[in-house]
Design a protein. Structure first.
Length: 208
């Protein structure tokens, strides 16, 4: 099998344009860690580091003595997050009140048993308290609206308004208060105005 690169093989899910579109997202396997609090805090950074450590353990397993069955070469997928509020009465600008599910998509050959193996190996090689919270899960989002947001995370409400207007005009209705963000840029290495983030939430059709 040729190397799988999400930028080439899954462009519809990971490289949308700055105009909203409707997509059907299939069932996808992830390594996930849940938490809450300000994403600028150390806990968030540790959770992110734990997910990347596990994901790269899977990616580099072709160099191990026990190569996973059906292994194929691929590009590690970008970090994703599903965001919600702990206290629904507070505005989303109160970052200490944020609740998140951080995750990275995994290749098809990863199984629950293999996940347990890589988790055990990573705990020994790269100890991190957040590894105890890591889970291997399958998520089926189904019908969604998404678009590319460029710039600061704090400016995302403007993009969500564009998505909302698009859905209303196109016969779709948002059905979840949570939303997904896919981080195509590393905020530590790129200027704020050049950040690229996929915004996505679940919808249903209101017109037949």
């Amino acid at each position: 099998m040729d190397k799988i690169d999400y930028k080439k093989n899954f462009k519809d899910l990971y490289l949308p344009k700055q105009n909203p579109v409707i997509v059907t997202v299939p069932t996808i396997d992830f390594i996930m860690i849940e938490g809450n609090g300000d994403p600028n805090d150390e806990a968030f950074a540790q959770a992110t580091a734990a997910i990347y450590a596990l994901s790269y353990a899977v990616r580099m397993s072709y160099k191990s003595k026990d190569v996973p069955k059906s292994y194929y070469h691929y590009t590690v997928f970008p970090l994703e997050g599903i965001w919600d509020l702990v206290d629904k009465t507070l505005p989303p600008t109160v970052k200490s009140n944020l609740k998140y599910q951080l995750m990275i998509r995994q290749p098809d050959f990863l199984t629950a048993d293999l996940f347990d193996r890589f988790l055990s190996e990573t705990k020994k090689k790269k100890p991190n308290p957040f590894l105890d919270k890591a889970r291997f899960v399958s998520i089926n989002e189904g019908l969604c609206c998404q678009m590319l947001h460029k710039g600061s995370y704090d400016d995302e409400p403007a993009s969500f308004e564009i998505m909302s207007n698009f859905c209303e005009e196109s016969g779709y209705k948002r059905i979840s208060n949570t939303h997904r963000e896919i981080y195509l840029s590393d905020p530590r290495k790129i200027e704020i105005d050049k950040r690229r983030t996929v915004l996505r939430y679940q919808v249903m059709a209101t017109k037949k």
